[in-house]
Ligand binder design. Structure first.
Ligand SMILES: NC(=O)c1ccc[n+]([C@@H]2O[C@H](COP(=O)([O-])OP(=O)(O)OC[C@H]3O[C@@H](n4cnc5c(N)ncnc54)[C@H](OP(=O)(O)O)[C@@H]3O)[C@@H](O)[C@H]2O)c1
Length: 245
């Protein structure tokens, strides 16, 4: 068990990559805080096989500071410490291209970038008081490749790549901060792109398939665990070779 007795918050863990990560962390012995924004039914489904007492379900919009404070406070109240934070919550909001509007731009940055800053800010002192911790930010290869139809989203992810490095320098040696960069993963986010585009992604990927969320969860587990004890400020690209083009 790689996460025995660890307490881990996974933001946006009712579906997709966050869900797979919460399930894997639980299997590895962690007490997991499963967070969702609106989809309580999906979140309940995630924890239905979990050991009683080893999880906490929290509704919180992590783009809002008050919700972030409540999420962290409820975690401390239940488990008394935080060892791991996975900043996974993210969303593509359309129209996302350069002709979009300020409201969409601001919302996109709030959920994909500001949320990770707010969450990190809130857990730092708690992690330090507990002897340290590990933070994993879920970025995207499009954060360094760019993608015009989702310009706001890719700009926010680029910010999160840089934020990962800045926090890694600032919070060392107590807290390691790393990122995982997927390309295209078979989740609701990718399904929203439509079958034709998914097939294009598949063809453009050297490994000739779209990733399963569980494959990302394994990379997140690696960076969150002591297996990565000498790694900080790093971005692990998990994309089947997609960004090699
Ligand atoms: N899928 C991909 O191909 C891909 C590629 C690169 C990067 N990523 C990144 O990987 C992360 C996970 O993506 P995914 O594909 O697994 O997404 P997904 O299947 O669409 O699930 C998104 C999750 O985030 C939650 N969420 C959204 N906004 C939130 C907020 N403001 N506060 C709290 N939770 C919120 C959702 O909760 P509800 O269920 O309540 O709505 C849901 O659990 C994102 O950061 C995404 O940008 C994904």
């Amino acid at each position: 068990m790689k996460l025995q007795n660890k307490v881990a918050i996974v933001t946006g863990s009712s579906r997709g990559i966050g869900k797979a990560t919460a399930i894997l962390f639980h299997e590895e012995g962690a007490k997991v805080i499963v967070n969702y924004k609106t989809n309580k039914k999906a979140a309940l489904d995630v924890v239905k096989g979990f050991d009683k007492g080893n999880y906490l379900l929290v509704q919180a919009d992590v783009s809002k500071e008050a919700d972030v404070k409540r999420l962290v406070a409820e975690t401390i109240e239940k488990f008394g410490k935080i060892d791991i934070l996975v900043n996974n919550a993210g969303e593509i909001i359309r129209p996302g291209n350069w002709k979009s509007d300020v409201e969409t731009w601001d919302k996109t940055f709030a959920v994909n970038l500001t949320s990770a800053w707010l969450m990190t800010k809130e857990v730092v002192e708690l992690m330090k008081a507990n002897g340290g911790g590990a933070i994993v930010n879920i970025v995207s290869v499009y954060g360094f490749l760019g993608a015009a139809p989702v310009l706001a989203y890719t700009s926010a992810k680029a910010g999160l790549i840089t934020m990962t490095k800045s926090f890694a320098k600032e919070l060392a040696p107590a807290i390691r901060v790393n990122a995982v960069a997927p390309s295209n993963v078979m989740t609701d986010m990718t399904k929203g792109a439509g079958k034709e585009l998914i097939e294009t992604f598949r063809k453009q990927t050297p490994l000739k398939r779209i990733a399963e969320p569980e494959e990302l969860a394994k990379a997140i587990l690696f960076l969150a665990s002591d297996d990565a004890s000498y790694i900080t400020g790093e971005m692990l690209v998990v994309d089947g070779g997609y960004s090699l083009r």
